[in-house]
Design a protein around this ligand. Structure first.
Ligand SMILES: C[S@@+](CC[C@H](N)C(=O)[O-])C[C@H]1O[C@@H](n2cnc3c(N)ncnc32)[C@H](O)[C@@H]1O
Length: 249
């Protein structure tokens, strides 16, 4: 059950959704013809030390995750898995285009276990602000303590339903410079009024030349299909997460 000021650690509530996405990125990275390489995803998921999340990451080949429910299918054959894999590629390309256009200020809203600051190529002088709840960022900092980001990475521990712009400015965000914003896998975890407010705040902080990329929920038919499969995949892996009660309509 969500409340307006709930908070979480990486294995709890909305925090665990970041683990789910990272598990799928770890899985994809292990494929022979992987569409991207995210070596940090496996490191982050392993750091939790949970059998369920390790099962999910190491492959659903025998978990009956395919659209047909067969047991010889894999995560890519699962609609939600393929969406998460495709969106990783899409947003990687979004950032590549933003830096080609000369943008050097990046804000990742609800960064979760996104390791783009570490795994993508960034021109010198790029600043990357990662916003998420304090315990989520603390977990990531511990797990990646030995790794060096490829840009000036700054953590901003906030609640995105509150006054996060002040915290962002305090960390050195330059409102006069164009920004590439990302809200990947975020909006459905915010109530409608908080979604509106967040986008207003982003607009206020966006100098000319700024851009944003984000994803929205799915239509009802696809959502129903996702829900059924998701419950089965999670149960088969042994992951306990009550996703349906984390989303807002
Ligand atoms: C599905 S995960 C996506 C993480 C990352 N963007 C990715 O795609 O890998 C959702 C993330 O949103 C964060 N989040 C959701 N609501 C938030 C809020 N009100 N304040 C801060 N972070 C929030 C969660 O902590 C979690 O890391």
């Amino acid at each position: 059950m969500r409340t307006d000021d709930d908070s979480w650690d990486i294995t709890e509530s909305v925090g665990a959704t970041a683990l789910g996405v990272a598990a799928i990125r770890a899985y994809e990275s292990g494929q022979d013809d992987a569409l991207f390489q995210d070596p940090y995803a496996a490191k982050l998921v392993s750091a939790v030390g949970s059998d369920g999340w390790n099962n999910l990451m190491s492959g659903m080949r025998n978990l009956g995750a395919g659209e047909q429910g067969g047991d010889d299918t894999d995560l890519r054959g699962w609609s939600m898995g393929s969406v998460l894999i495709a969106r990783t590629v899409y947003f990687d390309e979004y950032f590549a285009a933003a830096v080609r256009a000369g943008i050097r200020q990046i804000v990742i809203l609800a960064a979760g276990l996104d390791a783009r600051a570490y795994r993508l190529e960034w021109p010198s002088g790029t600043r990357i602000f990662e916003l998420d709840q304090p315990k989520v960022l603390a977990f990531k900092a511990r797990a990646l303590a030995d790794d060096e980001p490829g840009a000036d990475r700054r953590e901003v521990a906030v609640d995105l339903r509150q006054d996060w712009p002040k915290a962002l400015l305090d960390k050195g965000f330059e409102p006069g410079e164009p920004t590439a914003w990302l809200a990947e896998g975020l909006l459905r975890y915010l109530p409608g009024h908080a979604q509106d407010k967040l986008l207003e705040q982003v607009a206020e902080l966006s100098a000319p030349g700024s851009r944003i990329a984000l994803n929205l929920g799915t239509d009802k038919d696809m959502a129903d299909q996702f829900r059924e499969r998701r419950a089965k995949v999670m149960a088969d892996a042994g992951v306990k997460i009550d996703l349906e009660n984390l989303f807002y309509p």
